[in-house]
Design a protein around this ligand. Structure first.
Ligand SMILES: [Zn+2]
Ligand SMILES: [Zn+2]
Length: 370
């Protein structure tokens, strides 16, 4: 089975219509596509979706610029100083793109509005986060590559507890306002934001990703290190930690030694990828769902179970060729990707995560999970 890349030349500037072209030629009918949109509209409104962190958190990253991972952050700082009268949201490319999606796809309005608010929360905090001091020498990266252990220890994250508490509580408020979490989970998050054990809880959340990856690789036993009672708060914590982790990712992203990292999980934080970008040279770069670090990975290997049998990878794309899904027929998980080869802008995981909500629905209708 060959992956068929849809020719972008005819529809390069067209907006995504969410008519899917499947490599197995199972093109969805219009009524199915309408169903996809309706399903997606409910994403921001259904409380149960919060229990699936990967899907819920899709597209909630900052600084996602293919050419310059710093441009978003730097530009926002400059703009806010130079044009104080403008509403903050209009200052980011992500916000402008999200508003454009809302105008063209009213069915995504709820999701767009929620992500705009989360983006603004994160942007405000991220501007205050100091750059971490990290040992990112080639020798260190090689050592971590060999052990599959992430480079960033929890204690090295430049966490301001006041800001973290603010992020936890305000993130929960936004999610609750859009009906994305239950009132009981909102209350738990508010309590966590004031709890003396906040750092310990967040620390367990942070290290559990590495524990899972090392267990999968057979390097370490599976640790009983999940959030147990607080598991419903995982997505809230992930969103609250995004500004801090994204700043750390900025530091590593610009290091050429990152190319030595060949694992399917994030070199910085051990998070799973939840988006990808196909580069102009047809490489596939995975994008971490927690810190937004991007790193090169084999283009047709499932990052979740390492299945590399092309016959067991199903791929389908939007007809404008802008987005693609890799669905694994071994573990039944899927990964969305932005095809940057003929794109008019860099990948923006926040924006592209929202724009591709219909692809999530299409993948789930086919039995795959995020
Ligand atoms: Zn990461
Ligand atoms: Zn798989």
């Amino acid at each position: 089975m060959d992956l068929r890349i849809v020719d972008l030349s005819a529809e390069r500037d067209a907006q995504p219509r969410y008519r899917l072209t499947d490599i197995d030629s199972a093109v969805l009918r219009d009524d199915e596509i309408n169903g996809v949109s309706e399903t997606c509209q409910r994403f921001g409104q259904r409380a149960e979706d919060i229990s699936q962190p990967s899907r819920f958190c899709k597209g909630l990253r900052l600084g996602a610029d293919e050419q310059n991972p710093h441009s978003c952050y730097d530009r926002m700082v400059t703009d806010s100083a130079a044009r104080p009268a403008r509403p903050p949201r209009s200052e980011t490319r992500e916000a402008v793109e999200l508003q454009s999606i809302r105008a063209q796809h009213p069915e995504l309005e709820t999701a767009v509005d929620m992500h705009l608010e989360l983006l603004e929360l994160q942007r405000r905090i991220q501007g205050r986060v100091t750059l971490p001091m990290l040992d990112l020498s080639a020798a260190t990266i090689e050592r971590h590559q060999a052990s599959a252990r992430p480079l960033l220890r929890f204690e090295d994250i430049p966490l301001d507890q006041t800001d973290l508490r603010l992020m936890v509580r305000q993130t929960a408020d936004v999610l609750r306002r859009f009906g994305a979490i239950e009132p009981s989970d909102h209350d738990k998050a508010q309590s966590l934001g004031r709890d003396a054990h906040l750092l310990a809880t967040v620390g367990r959340w942070y290290t559990s990703a590495a524990d899972r990856q090392l267990a999968m690789a057979g390097v370490a036993p599976i640790a009983a290190n999940d959030l147990s009672d607080e598991s419903a708060l995982g997505p809230v914590i992930a969103l609250a930690m995004r500004p801090f982790l994204s700043r750390c990712a900025e530091v590593l992203q610009q290091r050429p030694e990152l190319s030595a990292w060949t694992h399917a999980h994030c070199a910085l934080c051990a998070g799973e990828p939840d988006f990808a970008v196909i580069t102009v040279s047809a490489d596939r770069h995975l994008i971490c769902g927690r810190c937004a670090l991007r790193w090169k990975f084999e283009p047709l290997t499932c990052p979740y179970c390492r299945n590399s049998d092309r016959k067991r990878i199903t791929s389908f794309a939007t007809t404008d060729g802008k987005y693609r899904v890799y669905a694994c027929d071994v573990c039944q998980r899927y990964l969305k990707a932005y095809d940057g080869r003929r794109a008019t802008r860099p990948v923006m995981p926040i924006v592209d995560g929202v724009a591709t909500l219909p692809l999530d629905a299409a993948a789930m209708q086919r039995g795959y999970t995020s």
